[in-house]
Structure formats: C-alpha cells, structure tokens
Ligand binder design. Structure first.
Ligand code: ZN
Length: 141
C-alpha cells in the first residue's frame, strides 16, 4: 500500500528534512508515498533510519516498505508551537504511532483532536515539503 502524497511546498513553514547517507532511501520512499523502515538481518526493525542497527550494531540495515497502517500509542495536542514554523498551525497533534510491522514513530496526526483516541487505527499520508522529502503524517482510518 502507498499513501497519498500532497504537495505542501507552497504553504509549509515547518522544518524541512535534509536527506543524508543513511536516511536517503527513507526520504526517496516518501516522495513515492512509501513509508520505509529498516529490517536488520538480526530481526530488529527500526524507524527512523539510522546508519546502524540499534539492536546488534550491524551497518546499513536494509529497507523494507511498510503497509503504512498502525495504531495510536499515544498523542498530544500542542497549543504552543514546538517549532517556529508551526505558529499558525496550532493546535496541532503529534502522535506516537505503532506501525503494523512493529516500529514506533512520532508523526503529525492530521485530524481534529476530538476525533482521536488511543488505540485507534491510522493510515499514512505524505506532505511533500521540498524537492527531496515528504513528511509522513497519519490520518484516522
Ligand atoms: Zn541488527
């Protein structure tokens, strides 16, 4: 499954990710609507991407495509912007999402806070914010 990629380059004022060596495959995937995590030969799965496996230390764990679905582990409604560029976005919601494949990641939840609950199913979408990157956001299913 792939998530929808929306072009937000005109109105995005938040931080823009800069792909580096170990994160480049991840960000390349986001432009195609694909959420990629790393699965090491030792069986450990991780996201966000790192140059080494956090479980066994192996270098450059290979990437796999996530189904892009998960559940809300927890979330918080931010009334004070944590980033200067988010000033006109408050209140916004940041959630810890447990992907179906296991890794947990922090991401924006694109939803009305009143519509959210812990344990609810969410799916990934992407906001393209540069030529190089789209930010994964989650929406209730
Ligand atoms: Zn490993």
């Amino acid at each position: 499954m792939t998530g929808q990629v929306e072009d937000r380059r005109e109105d995005w004022e938040g931080p823009v990710p800069v792909p580096t060596g170990s994160t480049a495959p991840f960000w390349a995937g986001t432009l195609e609507g694909e959420l990629r995590y790393q699965e090491c030969e030792c069986g450990h799965r991780q996201l966000y991407p790192r140059a080494i496996c956090t479980a066994c230390g192996a270098e450059d764990p290979p990437f796999e495509a996530s189904e892009g679905v998960g559940t809300i582990y927890t979330y918080t409604v931010c009334h004070v912007p944590g980033e200067p560029g988010f000033g006109d976005r408050v209140p916004y919601v940041v959630g810890a999402i447990d992907l179906a494949e296991g890794p947990r990641l922090l991401a924006l939840l694109d939803a009305d806070p009143d519509d959210l609950e812990i344990g609810a199913a969410v799916g990934v979408a992407f906001w393209q914010v540069s030529e190089e990157a789209a930010i994964p956001v989650f929406v209730p299913e």
